[in-house]
Unconditional design. Structure first.
Length: 317
């Protein structure tokens, strides 16, 4: 059994689940550690294949202390929230615990705001990611035995409700009220499972040849194959539904006071709808309208277009 293992934390959720499912096809399952709040939910066949499963929770830092033992590489999936300080502190605690356990390379799932990997964003949701990227860069500069790769994962095609006032394809409305007119720079949407597949391939590339890995101490972007304006995105959804749907620009206050937005943007720290609304400023500034060839290059094929993914979602209703 290899002494060097790859840990994934949290090994749950859509991106984490996709990443480990693809990774297990690329490396020996005995060299994989899956860490999540509820490891018993992992399928028995994973354990039968030799995968190590462990319990740990971002919100219980004491559980992180021994979660990463035996791993030399960590795939760190970001904390599931749009919060800033709490989210960053959760990332930092996991990174610190991993390093104390002997992890020497961290691949981190950041987010595709900030344009072409710029260290600034109008979007509140990116601020914890930016802090985490900076922390990883600082660690790598201070300790030459430690390296990282920050992957700004493209905005999920499946996450279009986040940018359309939580539009529900099962109960569609005719008018989407957002603080944006739908024109101008848009979003280079990317399918979740293709992001997971590419992320797994990058993790495996580093594990197999760390010395020749070209993305050491870099922040890189995975994006879909083209940019869709918000209006085009809504038109694609409406076409697949066979129903008329349009965007109506409203004020930020009117946007955040919609019941669908209020409900979706309430966390333990309170309602964050106004913080979330900053994504529309970021989109307008062109932060999500960058197409990178990296996703296609790593997949070895053209990524799935947004409208094809939407068609599949609607067909699955």
């Amino acid at each position: 059994m290899s002494e060097k293992k790859i840990a994934i934390f949290p090994a749950s959720g859509k991106l984490g689940g996709s990443t480990y499912n693809h990774l297990l096809k690329l490396v020996d399952p005995k060299d994989v550690i899956l860490i999540s709040r509820n490891p018993d939910k992992n399928e028995p066949k994973l354990k039968e294949a030799g995968v190590t499963t462990r319990a740990a929770d971002y919100d219980k830092p004491e559980t992180l202390e021994h979660a990463f033992g035996g791993a030399s590489e960590l795939m760190l999936i970001s904390y599931a929230s749009i919060e800033h300080e709490h989210r960053y502190n959760a990332h930092k605690a996991a990174i610190d615990a991993a390093r104390r356990s002997g992890v020497t390379h961290v691949t981190y799932s950041s987010l595709a705001f900030g344009g072409d990997c710029k260290p600034f964003s109008h979007a509140f949701v990116l601020q914890a990611h930016l802090d985490t990227e900076r922390y990883l860069a600082m660690l790598a500069s201070e300790d030459k035995s430690f390296t990282y790769t920050a992957i700004r994962e493209g905005l999920y095609s499946e996450s279009y409700p986040l940018y359309t006032a939580f539009f529900d394809i099962a109960n569609p409305v005719e008018e989407i009220k957002i603080p944006h007119d739908g024109s101008g720079p848009g979003i280079a949407w990317a399918k979740i499972d293709e992001l997971g597949e590419a992320t797994a391939k990058l993790v495996a590339q580093h594990a197999k040849a760390p010395g020749g890995y070209e993305l050491l101490n870099k922040t890189v972007l995975l994006s879909g194959p083209r940019v869709w304006t918000l209006a085009e995105s809504v038109q694609a959804i409406a076409k697949e539904l066979g129903k008329p749907v349009v965007i109506r620009k409203v004020s930020v206050d009117e946007y955040v006071n919609q019941p669908s937005v209020q409900s979706a943007m309430t966390y333990g720290s309170g309602n964050m709808a106004k913080d979330w609304a900053t994504v529309f400023e970021a989109i307008q500034a062109g932060e999500t309208a960058v197409v990178s060839p990296l996703l296609a290059n790593v997949l070895g094929r053209e990524p799935e277009p947004f409208d094809v993914t939407v068609r599949g979602l609607i067909a699955g209703l």
